[in-house]
Design a protein around this ligand. Structure first.
Ligand code: HEC
Length: 162
């Protein structure tokens, strides 16, 4: 049997090969073409469904740190391959940052201080809480930080993103 890519025959494979090929194609139908796509299907669909990935929105840096974590969890890919996977995800499913907002998971203490009208101490408390507990997911996460005035967070809520 002949496998074609567009008009061009790309190879002849035995029936066993076709089954494999079709399975990996079916697993990634929701994923656009691009470098890193096959690596993602190979290394990541053991634990995730391929269509899950299309729903994620992260920045490039976030994808880099996530795939690193997935490598630690057991994803079978070299560091270089993980980078390619992160780039594939960032190229296709990127979170676009709103420049009018302050991403409380990314901003430096100085940015938090000036843009959210906090004291230097409050800004530092946010950064050190983030370093200890991981990313904030919702506004409520900021209210529990000791030393940060909740009224200021409330006042700045429209300027905050995650
Ligand atoms: C051994 C199983 C396993 C493999 C392989 C794996 N993951 Fe995961 N992944 C998980 C688990 C468990 C979680 C939830 C816990 C976490 O976020 O660490 C997760 C969470 C995620 C998240 C959500 C993170 C967030 O903060 O929203 C993304 C995105 C992700 N994985 C991508 C990948 C990619 C890309 C690969 C391939 C390089 C991959 N995973 C391979 C188990 C796995």
């Amino acid at each position: 049997m002949e496998i074609t890519s567009g008009e061009r025959p790309v190879g002849k494979v035995r029936i066993g090969g076709i089954v494999l090929l079709v399975t990996s194609w079916a697993a990634g139908t929701e994923l656009p073409a691009g470098p890193g796509r096959e690596l993602l299907i190979r290394a990541c669909t053991g634990c995730h469904k391929a269509e899950e990935f299309a729903a994620y929105r992260h920045t490039r840096d976030e994808y880099r740190s996530i795939v690193k974590r997935m490598g630690d969890r057991g994803a079978q890919a070299s560091a270089k391959e993980l980078d390619q996977i992160a780039d594939f995800l960032a190229n296709n499913f990127l979170k676009v940052e709103d420049p009018s907002k302050v991403n409380v998971n990314r901003a430096t203490a100085k940015e938090l201080e000036t843009r959210l009208e906090l004291t230097a101490k409050e800004a530092e408390a946010i950064v050190s809480y983030r370093e200890q507990h991981g990313d904030f997911r919702a506004l409520g996460d900021l209210y529990v930080i000791y030393g940060v005035d909740g009224r200021k967070i409330q006042a700045a809520k429209d300027k905050i993103s995650f």
